[in-house]
Write a protein that binds this ligand. Sequence first.
Ligand code: GZL
Length: 335
Amino acid sequence: MKKVLRAKMLLLVVTSVLLLLSACGSSGGQTATSDGGSAGDKEKLVIGFSQVGAESEWRTANTKSMQDAIKEAGHELKFSDAQQKQENQIKAIRSFIAQKVDAIVFSPVVETGFETVLKEAKDAGIPVFLADRAVDIEDDSLWVTFLGSDFVEEGRKAANWLVEETKDAEGDVNIVELQGTVGSAPAIDRKEGFEEVIADHPNLKIIKSQTGDFTRAKGKEVMEAFLKSDGENIDVLYAHNDDMAIGAIQAIEEYGLKPGEDIKIIGVDAVKGAFEAMAAGKMNVTVECNPLFGPQMVDLIEAHLAGEEIEKRVAVEESMYTMDQAEELLPTREY
Ligand code: GZL
């Protein structure tokens, strides 16, 4: 009996020692996987992302889309919020270069002033991917691709809605315009597209135009000034983004007029706030500018670094939404 007990004890000790050794082996250098290789089969990249700022609902959603996509792909993100200042973006890109990241994603706050730092990235052999906004630089070898919306088309869509909305109007239709950040691609292009369409309709007149820098606060402030100088004479507001439109709506109500009725409100982005304003009858239309392109951007980076050919310009698919659709669509909106 004692011999059997001793044999069982010995077996238990040997088994325990073997188990302990195998555990130590797997928690050492390599994480063991079913195929015995390193975890996953995708190389882990370090991606530097220089974001414009956090000036609008659109921007916040865009940042989240990029951060989530990079994390889900198993890559490391080095993120910089430039607070809408060009000098902060230039500093961030130089920092990414010094850290030898594998790729730089960059949404330029304005179209000019980045050529030198982009040349530094190219000289360092680090590919740059333009996200959301373009730069006005001849040498397009300084970036791999530009993934973003067609802002000129967004301006055209806004104006075409107004042409249809005012086709039976008698006399002039007076428009005030809240422009986006001065010098930014969306501000320049949304103005261009809108003016291209209304040029064929001389009764549609822009009587005041000023930047609201894409923020609610500035949009409200500038709209207050418009109302002070031209209040009863304003028929339409064209805002280059919904955040400025929402700020302007507050100004219009405080002035004593009904936004969406006395003054038609046109925005761009199609953020949740715009759907809420439209559902409340205070805004008439928003042109979609889709910020949720994080996964598409990660695919482009991985494809380029894997040696695949990438189109120089990749457009994001978009639509337009009106007041009568708002209530039904609001619960479905992701940003
Ligand atoms: C457009 C983006 C613009 C948004 C604004 O792609 O660059 O910047 O329309 C944001 O809301 O501030």
